[in-house]
Ligand binder design. Structure first.
Ligand code: CO
Length: 440
């Protein structure tokens, strides 16, 4: 695997995935190219041994399956990552006229971003728009592609305190400029209408988000780094999808999951706390001619790798990390743990994933928060509230998480694809929490 080539593929993937809806469209394109069949939730599902399928919910979450032919002791080998990233969402009445002839957009925060990183950058707009058509109301994807917005900083001469720790007021400081005077109220809908080939009066509703258009970069004298918007969590989406598509396993079922709404708590109809995964696994199992009993047996033998990026030690702030359970770029995949179980890793699931990495020849690092610091949570423990399986939280170390432009290590992209491909190809036999066996 050529490191630079793989990371170029990663940034191309992220570039196409301008919103959570576009992330799912990008994944669908790759699955369609690989011969997967789409199942809609409102249709009958008729899985077959050796079949390849996927289903989506809300156009922003997706689950894909590859079914083996040896389905006696059915088990699911699963990865989960998330399609969304912190950004700003446009409100329904989107425009603010003035001061003067300025036209601004009225936006609110989606998730917990570093506010200052959104200023003085070319921005686009992407998401979905509900439009009236002759056949009824339809959801259409929109991506401005070109730079159409910018949130300017106040000059230092007018804000002398800006370098002393300035708190941005999101209703005041973070509204993007849309026009200097050549556009009026209604310009956003007019622009959308033109792009979508409908009349402005046919636009009913929209979920539109700001997109940082800063170009991605693979950089460093030795090409060690990759920087782009949305590495959290599209780097994990990309590596888990690459591994899923590269693997072939006759035993049981491989499952690739991409959930929406991790950045706003996951408790939506398509988030990790929804019934989406449970519903899909149950329908797949029953569709294979198995009983309800056999479904629960399969769940008990299954394993989830929850993939969400992790914090690397900040080069200027090493004191923010635990003295030993700390991670660095390009030094291995991160296993995250927390005694409060906000990270779902436990000794059993860590042992499984360590065995996978050992087999793959990939280095591993351990992350735990400083004991006086509250950490974040992620997909694993939330997904487990619906479908409870052995699960480990992993991630790739990165800098500046929730900046609008994040940085990770190029070698980690390679190592993650290797480790997760080994996971999907493995024969993993789980017996309760007493023992497991991992064979080639
Ligand atoms: Co994340």
């Amino acid at each position: 695997m050529d490191r630079r080539e793989l990371n170029q593929e990663l940034v191309d993937f992220i570039r196409k995935s301008a919103s959570m809806f576009h992330t799912i469209a990008t994944i669908k394109g790759l699955l369609n190219d690989a011969g997967f069949e789409e199942w809609r939730e409102e249709e009958d599902w008729a899985p077959q041994p050796k079949g390849k399928y996927y289903t989506t919910r809300n156009g922003s979450s997706l689950i894909a399956f590859t079914v083996g032919s040896d389905l006696d002791a059915l088990a699911f080998r699963m990865t989960a990552a998330h399609s969304d990233s912190p950004t700003f969402k446009v409100k329904s009445v989107p425009e603010l006229k003035g001061p003067g002839e300025y036209l601004r957009l009225n936006v609110e925060a989606y998730g917990g971003m570093i506010d200052s990183t959104w200023l003085d950058r070319p921005l686009g707009l992407a998401g979905r728009v509900l439009v009236k058509t002759d056949g009824g109301v339809e959801s259409r994807l929109f991506n401005s592609e070109k730079d159409i917005l910018l949130i300017p900083n106040v000059p230092v001469h007018m804000n002398r305190g800006v370098n002393d720790g300035y708190a941005f007021n999101r209703q005041v400081d973070l509204l993007p400029l849309f026009s200097a005077g050549e556009m009026e109220n209604g310009a956003l809908d007019a622009m959308l209408a033109e792009a979508l080939g409908v009349a402005a009066s046919d636009i009913l509703a929209k979920d539109l988000f700001l997109v940082n258009h800063e170009a991605p970069s693979i950089w460093g004298v030795k090409d060690e780094f990759v920087s782009t918007p949305k590495l959290d969590d599209l780097q994990c989406v990309f590596v888990s999808l690459k591994a899923f598509l590269a693997s072939e396993n006759d035993r049981g079922v491989n499952v690739f999951v991409c959930f929406d709404n991790e950045e706003v708590g996951s408790n939506t109809k398509q988030g990790a706390m929804s019934t989406f995964l449970k519903d899909a696994l149950r329908r797949l199992t029953l569709g294979l001619g198995k009983s309800e009993q056999e479904f629960h047996q399969a769940v008990s033998r299954s394993f989830l790798v929850s993939c969400d990026n992790a914090h690397a030690v900040h080069p200027n702030h090493p004191e923010l990390c635990d003295d030993e359970n700390r991670t660095y770029l390009n030094k291995g995949i991160v296993i995250k743990e927390a005694a409060n179980q906000k990270y779902t890793s436990d000794a059993f699931s860590q042992a499984v994933f360590l065995s996978v990495c050992e087999k793959a020849g990939v280095p591993v690092q351990h992350f735990a928060n400083r004991s006086n610091m509250q950490g974040g949570s992620t997909l694993g423990n939330l997904s487990n509230t619906q479908i409870s399986v052995h699960a480990v939280d992993i991630g790739l170390p990165q800098l500046a998480m929730h900046s609008s432009y994040e940085t990770a290590g190029c070698q980690d992209t390679v190592d993650a694809v290797k480790a997760l491909t080994t996971f999907f190809n493995a024969a993993l036999e789980i017996h309760g929490a007493e023992s497991f066996r991992l064979d080639a």
